[in-house]
Design a protein around this ligand. Structure first.
Ligand SMILES: Cc1cc2nc3c(=O)[nH]c(=O)nc-3n(C[C@H](O)[C@H](O)[C@H](O)COP(=O)(O)O)c2cc1C
Length: 225
């Protein structure tokens, strides 16, 4: 089946893309409002794209009523934001932060979350997040009348104690288990893992001529039962 993106609606493209590209990581983005209050909202049109410079990108759509979302407004105003990664214990609070609450209500309070000071940017991080990335805006661009793309330069990473070995900087992936967003309201754990090594040529290839089917010498194991 071929779907021609020029012949379908944006809603249909959304349905297809958010089902095809899964799981997506979730950025629970904390930003600072002009009155000093802290805003938090989840975004799964999100990923990191490079390490030099260290860049993360957010796809920020306008609200259904056409208004610009608080997160977008605050990033435009302050040039700073924090991307908090989401694990299972944080999942319920994360969805509360997506709710459209009355203007004066704090999502962070409603979600039972607390904040902790960041080191290099003014918006605080979410204290319960396993990992937080402090970002300064590299570029924010309105790409259509209803959407911005924000590119942030990550200037610091905060990790919960015990997640990263301070000597090697390796994450303990048996402890770090961010959730991923599947389509609509479904999510997945990331604990079911396996190892796969890129084969070396010619050692791992069966004949002298390059083959598209290298000899498999991989062992697949689940990280957890
Ligand atoms: C898991 C999840 C992922 C989301 N991803 C996005 C996204 O990538 N872009 C977007 O514009 N809204 C996304 N939303 C919706 C926003 O979180 C929601 O509109 C929120 O109320 C915006 O809050 P704000 O006005 O405080 O910025 C997502 C919601 C959830 C629950």
């Amino acid at each position: 089946m071929l779907v021609d993106f020029e012949k379908i609606s944006s809603h249909e493209r959304y349905k297809l893309l958010t089902a095809a590209v899964v799981p997506r990581p979730i950025a629970l983005v904390s930003t600072l409002a002009p009155d000093g209050s802290v805003n938090a909202a989840p975004f799964s049109f999100f990923n990191v794209f490079s390490e030099d410079p260290a860049l993360a990108v957010l796809g920020l759509q306008h609200a259904p009523d056409g208004s610009i979302k608080d997160t977008t407004r605050h990033i435009l105003d302050t040039g700073e934001f924090v991307i908090n990664l989401v694990d299972h214990p944080l999942a319920d609070a994360m969805v509360v932060c997506a709710a459209r609450l009355p203007a004066n209500a704090s999502e962070i309070e409603a979600a039972g979350l607390t904040v902790a000071a960041s080191h290099h940017v003014r918006p605080p991080r979410i204290a319960q997040a396993p990992v937080s990335l402090e970002c300064r805006t590299w570029e924010i661009r309105q790409i259509t009348p209803t959407r911005h793309l924000a590119i942030g330069e990550i200037v610091a990473l905060n990790a919960r104690d015990g997640l990263i070995d301070p000597d090697t900087l390796y994450f303990d992936m048996n402890v770090y288990e961010p959730i991923g967003r599947l389509v609509a309201n479904s999510y997945c754990h990331t604990g079911d893992r396996f190892e796969l090594k890129v084969p070396s040529y010619p050692e791992d290839f069966p004949t002298t001529s390059p083959s598209p089917h290298p000899v498999s010498n991989q062992t697949s194991t689940k990280a957890k039962p």
